[in-house]
Design a protein around this ligand. Structure first.
Ligand SMILES: C[S@@+](CC[C@H](N)C(=O)[O-])C[C@H]1O[C@@H](n2cnc3c(N)ncnc32)[C@H](O)[C@@H]1O
Length: 314
């Protein structure tokens, strides 16, 4: 596949750069390189002693990073899941020395646009949906053996799909008649099960999202990278996370809240402030940031993007 043919417009680009507080000799991590829209702009602001570490679990993203950046001695390219970020950072001798981390979650436009990756119900292709097709089970392999109740649970938990049981039942029936191994078959089967929504969304939108989240264990991996972030960031370092749906954003919001607010002490308990062990390790930088009108006009993907920024304080 020619990876250059698929492009990705980075969302909230100006906002990410502004909030990264880039120091020319600082060390920055882009844990979701994609096609490098954010990473290349961070790199452009670094001096000769700056350092950029980029990661992605998608081999196509890494191929593009290698072709663009491997000659630059300031850049380290890692092909791995960001849940392993802190291990790599320790190996590189940069534990708690990183000035900024960006996680731009979810799928990239090239992943959606390339029918062969099986992420899109709008393009027919093999039902794969793995961010790293070299690892784990594809969506069609999972659907071929999962129990009806498990399929329904995934559609409900990760897609909030009200027709989850009906769709799961239909998938099992279809499986007995033949294979469900391409995106068009699955999309048609889902569409036949549930009424068309009023919001013009394709009926398969929620189910495709749910299956993708399950196949890539997305929420677990977001949780894991966040939990390890204090082994990565220096005091004063910034964490920026862009989410694209409420399930992702909930994980991020809870984590930020946990580390930026004091523990709840029951009223009237005779405890001094100094006796409350503070769990505050982050200061939140502003409120959740959304795309401005001009970005919304030019890039429909930015519609659901939410950027949260926090600075490590302890
Ligand atoms: C929204 S795109 C990032 C786009 C990028 N900021 C740009 O400007 O081109 C998300 C990227 O994160 C990668 N990704 C998703 N989950 C990942 C994970 N757990 N570990 C590493 N990379 C992941 C995807 O493969 C995809 O390339």
């Amino acid at each position: 596949m020619n990876t250059a043919q698929f492009k990705h417009a980075p969302v909230l680009h100006a906002e990410v750069l502004q909030h990264m507080n880039i120091k020319p000799d600082g060390c920055y991590v882009d844990g979701t390189y994609g096609r490098g829209g954010h990473a290349s702009s961070i790199l452009a602001q670094l001096g000769a002693n700056g350092r950029l570490i980029v990661m992605d679990k998608d081999p196509d993203a890494i191929k593009q990073a290698n072709s663009l950046l491997s000659a630059d001695s300031r850049v380290t390219i890692l092909h791995d899941d960001y849940e392993n970020l802190s291990l790599h950072i320790a190996d590189l001798g940069m534990a708690q020395l990183v000035d900024g981390v960006l996680l731009d979650l979810g799928v990239s436009s090239p992943q959606l646009d390339d029918a062969e990756r099986g992420f899109s119900f709008q393009r027919n292709g093999p039902l794969d949906m793995r961010m790293n097709p070299e690892q784990g089970q594809s969506a069609s392999e999972w659907l071929a053996q999962a129990e009806e109740a498990e399929i329904a649970r995934v559609l409900w938990e990760y897609g909030e799909e009200r027709g989850s049981r009906r769709i799961a039942k239909r998938i099992i029936e279809a499986r007995e008649e033949g294979c469900v191994d391409d995106t068009s078959t699955l999309a048609a089967l889902i569409s036949a099960c549930i009424p068309k929504g009023k919001n013009h969304k394709h009926p398969a939108t929620r189910s495709f999202q749910a299956i993708r989240i399950h196949i890539n264990q997305e929420l677990e991996h977001i949780h894991n990278v966040l939990e390890s972030i204090f082994d990565v960031l220096t005091i004063g370092g910034r964490l920026q996370v862009i989410s694209f749906h409420s399930l992702e954003d909930r994980v991020v919001k809870r984590f930020f809240k946990k580390h930026s607010t004091r523990p709840q002490i029951p009223r009237g308990l005779p405890v001094r402030d100094s006796e409350i062990e503070s769990n505050i390790r982050f200061s939140l930088i502003g409120k959740a940031i959304k795309a401005c009108a001009s970005e919304l006009k030019g890039n429909p993907r930015s519609r659901s993007a939410v950027l949260r920024v926090a600075e490590r304080t302890a």
